[in-house]
Design a protein around this ligand. Structure first.
Ligand SMILES: [Zn+2]
Length: 334
């Protein structure tokens, strides 16, 4: 008899645990950390020696080109642009299109800030890939930073809320977008005053196609990222996961996590030049993240009561662009 009870014990324990979990999930839970509140991040227009530019993406998944808003608006009204294309501007847009998300570097249509010059589809501040992959109400912030005589730096910050799928492992996304990861490691960026800051670096390359769609070469770039919440910063998804689990289960503290990524094209003639570029950019950009962390922390005591599944509580109470409201993008007024 006793042996039988002993044998049944693990099963009974499992059932009790399961029942407990179900009861816990079903009963209302109070969480702190403000996972649905506004994200008070502003990507600066001026950042040290860099000038920030807004990017626009074609919403056609067949096309997927990206542009600088400034290039599409240059020259004034739409009619002017349609009739008098500035060759220099087009040349720049071609170069940029090849550098960023564009699968080919030809740019043939009329240039406006409303539609893709190549295929005429509407433009959005969020790329097709992000639109497809990110859950609704994912706050996303981005600018391309330009500095004369230096490679362009694309800085993107994405935030998770109640929904954790907002933050993807880039190792998966980048490959899905046609990149090849050639190396991956933690890089200690030199951010001044003898201090270093660890970021995860992926060395990637992707084929560049000409106007006929033929592969014309490889474009190498460096993709660096780190993760943060109001309390912590890490370059490891695993470490973030551990903190998330402990905070959620033991503290009912569920702040937004941010995912800051920086992409810099790599000059094949100076393959290590990105290091000084990244060091300098991080020295200027990390204080922007430090400020948003402090601002998010100011709302840490705001209580959110969850009933039922937590992802159903995913929402965004701010005004900035998110994956579900990308249309609030651009107007024709400067
Ligand atoms: Zn297009």
């Amino acid at each position: 008899m006793q042996a039988r009870v002993k044998k049944a014990l693990p099963g009974v324990a499992c059932l009790l645990l399961l029942a407990g979990t179900v009861a816990l999930l079903a009963s209302p839970r109070a969480l702190t950390g403000d996972p649905t509140g506004e994200v008070p991040l502003v990507m600066p227009d001026e950042l040290g020696s860099w000038r920030g530019e807004n990017m626009l993406f074609c919403t056609s998944d067949q096309c997927g080109r990206s542009y600088l808003e400034r290039d599409l608006r240059a020259g004034g009204s739409r009619a002017d642009l349609a009739f008098g294309l500035d060759e220099k501007m087009l040349e720049r847009a071609r170069g940029r299109a090849a550098y960023h998300a564009a699968p080919t570097n030809s740019l043939d249509g009329p240039v406006t800030a409303d539609a893709c010059p190549f295929c005429g589809s509407p433009l959005s501040v969020i790329s097709v890939g992000e639109q497809t992959l990110l859950p609704e109400s994912t706050p996303i912030f981005r600018k391309l930073y330009v500095r004369p005589g230096h490679p362009d730096v694309t800085a993107t910050v994405v935030f998770s809320g109640m929904e954790r799928r907002s933050i993807h492992r880039p190792q998966v996304c980048l490959v899905g977008q046609g990149n090849k990861i050639t190396d991956e490691y933690t890089y200690e960026a030199k951010i001044g005053s003898g201090k270093t800051f660890p970021v995860r670096v992926l060395e990637i390359s992707r084929p560049v196609r000409d106007a006929r769609g033929e592969v014309a070469g490889e474009l190498a770039s460096v993709y660096a990222y780190w993760l943060f919440n109001p309390e912590r910063e890490t370059d490891s998804h695993l470490v973030r996961f551990l903190h998330m689990t402990i905070d959620n289960v033991l503290r009912s503290y569920r702040p937004r996590w941010g995912y800051a990524s920086i992409a810099i094209p790599r000059d094949p003639l100076r393959p290590d030049a990105w290091k000084t570029e990244l060091d300098a950019f991080l020295a200027a950009f990390r204080p922007v993240i430090a400020k948003v962390r402090a601002d998010l922390d100011a709302n840490r005591d705001r209580v959110l009561v969850i009933r039922g599944s937590s992802s159903s509580a995913n929402r965004y109470e701010g005004a900035g662009p998110t994956s579900s409201a990308p249309a609030a993008r651009t107007t024709n007024e400067e």
